[in-house]
Structures are given as structure tokens and as C-alpha cells.
Design a protein around this ligand. Structure first.
Ligand code: 1HN
Length: 359
């Protein structure tokens, strides 16, 4: 028992000294104090090393469970009928990355998910179905597959499905971020639905055509456009591809923007759409924003941290912060939607990327 112990720093520590230190830690612990030198190397690390793990959800595997939930609980009863996509590295924490939440929400024909508002910002990315709506502060938008819809922080929102088919969308929220900042507020609207105050399509017409109302000043940080229809995004990508200027990592990738500021559409969550042309064999890449991908069209695979993840339409996968990855579409065109906390990291001057070589 006389052999010297090795401290974190690698220096040799005599057992008597070690004992004295432990006793000291015990004593100061009683005064709500702790020694930094015992934890410093875990607190400030050389590069990101996340508890978040790469993970993939095949829609074909998940869909039966979602539909089963539809028979077990109503949207009204559940408030939101959602299966959380839980990162396997952080079980029980309702998060897909360290800072972001993801879920798959089901709304059946005739159902209503009642109106509420909260500090958390939310995005919807429509995975299956068409014709259901989200209403934001009194304006409805009918949703189609591939549409990207936002419900900004503290805006009233309810959902309904007047179509004859189920609709499933991916919810992306900044819940863990708001948790870390301890600034969550929630309010339920006294009625099930917020009254309609503007006709459907008003926001897109007003703010989504390269025009703005004269001297427009936005009341909030989020984009005043709250539905970015897939039809328009896809058409833009199809036109842009004609120039054949492919990024070796991203293919053809665009970011959704707030037309008032040019910033990301949401203040906390950055969102993207990318087209990988048939035969795309991407170079390796890493960035500090862990990213959630939803496949809109096609099939292919991604190498994430040296492991292969095969994906097809409607699958979801997540790439943790600073993990090397690359995208590949050997059999045909693929279109990928993605979101991350890049919007926050960039504002704080923290975001980094490294355009590497092939894995
Ligand atoms: C929420 O309000 C929605 O409005 C979905 O559809 C998922 C997860 C946690 C907290 C609020 C929605 C949510 C949520």
C-alpha cells in the first residue's frame, strides 16, 4: 500500500499527500467548495468529445410504433402525440443532440392538437402525408411533404388534420438549450384553437417573395415566413444544379434564411437542404454543430466516425459534434434536410469546421 499514486496530471503523489488532500476535499465540501484542479482536465478539453452518439432511425421500423400510438392516445389527450428520437448516448434525456430535441409527431384525420405557446422554438419537417395544418398566431398553413415550418418562440400554435390521411412530421426544438439556460415558459390558450386572424398564405405572400412591406420591422428574431414549401426549395435546387458546381463535401447545399435579416430562419436552430447527385461520393467533414438529417428523397449512405449508415427516404440520422463524416449517393439523386445549433454557435463565435480528406 506504499506505492505512490498517480494524479490526473501524471505526477507522482505520495499516499500521505493524497490522503491529506482527500481529507481536505471532504472538509471544504461541507462549505460548498470543490477543487478545480481535480476536474479541470474534464471541464476544458482539447476538442469536442460528446456523449451524443451517431444514430439512425429507419422510418419503416418506427412507423408501426407511431401508428400504434395513434390507437392508444388521442392528440387532444396527449397534447402532442410524439415519439421522441432519443440519442442512445443520452437515454432518458429527451434529446437527439446535446442541445437539440427531435421527435416524430402523428396527427390523424379529424384531430386537433390544442393551441399553446412556449419559450422553445420549434420546427416541423413534414415526413409523410399532406393536407394537415399548423396555425401560428392565427394564420394557418397547409403542409405538404418536405415543407419546413417554424413556430417561433412564444407564438401560439395548434395543429389539425382536415385531410383523410395521417400526417407525420419531425419536430425539432431547442428544448435542451432552453433547459440549460433555465428560461422555459409555457402557456395554454383558453380555447382549443386560436382564432384565425389572417388568411392562409398571407405570410408567404408578404415576406417570401423577395419583397417586404414598406419599412417593415420584424417583431421577433425568427423569420416572418413560417412555411418554406418544399415545392419551391426543390425547384430552386433543380435550377441551381444546372451549373454543375458541386461542393465535394455537401453536394448542392442551401440554408433557410430570415428574409428580413439574412440570418438563419430561427435564432437558435439553423436549417439546410442539400441535393446529392447520383454517384455523389463525398469528402470527409467535421463541424462543431451536431446535426440531425431527414431524408426527403432517394437513398444512400453516410460514413460517420468510420461506421456506415445506410439511409433511404424518411429515415433520420444524427451526426455528433466534431465526428468525421461523409455522404454518398451511389444509386440516384438524394435530397437531405438537416438542422443544428449552428445558429447559436455562430452568434457566439464558437462554430468551427474542418474540411478533411477522404475517410
Ligand atoms: C410542442 O409544442 C410540439 O407544438 C411538439 O407540436 C413537440 C415537445 C416538447 C415541448 C413542446 C408542438 C414538443 C412541444
Amino acid at each position: 500500500m506504499n506505492s505512490p499514486l498517480v494524479a490526473d496530471s501524471g505526477r507522482v503523489v505520495e499516499p500521505s499527500v493524497q490522503q491529506a488532500r482527500q481529507a481536505y476535499y471532504q472538509r471544504i465540501g461541507g462549505s460548498k467548495l470543490a477543487p478545480l484542479w481535480e476536474v479541470l482536465s474534464a471541464l476544458v478539453i482539447k476538442e469536442p468529445k460528446s456523449a451524443c452518439q451517431p444514430a439512425l432511425w429507419h422510418y419503416d421500423d418506427v412507423r408501426p410504433y407511431i401508428m400504434e400510438a395513434g390507437a392508444l392516445i388521442t392528440a387532444r389527450e396527449a397534447e402532442r402525440r410524439v415519439l421522441i428520437l432519443e440519442n442512445p448516448g443520452m437515454p432518458g434525456q429527451s434529446r437527439i443532440t446535446t442541445s437539440l430535441y427531435a421527435g416524430l409527431q402523428l396527427i390523424l384525420p379529424g384531430e386537433v392538437a390544442p393551441s399553446h405557446r412556449h419559450a422553445q422554438s420549434a420546427l416541423r419537417f413534414v415526413v409523410e402525408g399532406s393536407g394537415a395544418y399548423t396555425a401560428v398566431d392565427g394564420e394557418k398553413t397547409i403542409m405538404e411533404e418536405g415543407d419546413f415550418v417554424i413556430t417561433p418562440s412564444w407564438t401560439w400554435h395548434d395543429h389539425g388534420n382536415d385531410s383523410d390521411k395521417p400526417m407525420v412530421w419531425m419536430d425539432g426544438l431547442d428544448i435542451p438549450l432552453i433547459q440549460a439556460l433555465d428560461c422555459s415558459f409555457l402557456e395554454r390558450y383558453p380555447e382549443e384553437m386560436h382564432p384565425q386572424t389572417r388568411p392562409a398564405g398571407d405570410a408567404l405572400a408578404r415576406y417570401g417573395n423577395g419583397l417586404l412591406p414598406l419599412d417593415y420591422e420584424s417583431p421577433r428574431l425568427s423569420s416572418p415566413v413560417f412555411n418554406y414549401p418544399y415545392r419551391r426549395t426543390r425547384e430552386a435546387l433543380e435550377t441551381m444544379r444546372r451549373s454543375q458546381e458541386w461542393d465535394p463535401i455537401h453536394g448542392l447545399k442551401v440554408q433557410y434564411v430570415n428574409p428580413v435579416t439574412g440570418d438563419y430562419a430561427m435564432p437558435t436552430i439553423a436549417t439546410f437542404m442539400q441535393l446529392l447527385p447520383k454517384g455523389f461520393d463525398g469528402d470527409s467533414y467535421q463541424s462543431t454543430d451536431a446535426t440531425v438529417f431527414s431524408i426527403v428523397e432517394g437513398e444512400g449512405y453516410s460514413m460517420i466516425g468510420g461506421q456506415r449508415y445506410d439511409w433511404r427516404k424518411r429515415d433520420v440520422f444524427v451526426v455528433p459534434s466534431w465526428v468525421k463524416h461523409s455522404h454518398h449517393a451511389p444509386n440516384g439523386d438524394a435530397v437531405l434536410f438537416s438542422y443544428s445549433d449552428r445558429a447559436v454557435q455562430k452568434k457566439l463565435g464558437l462554430w468551427r469546421e474542418s474540411r478533411g480528406n477522404r475517410q
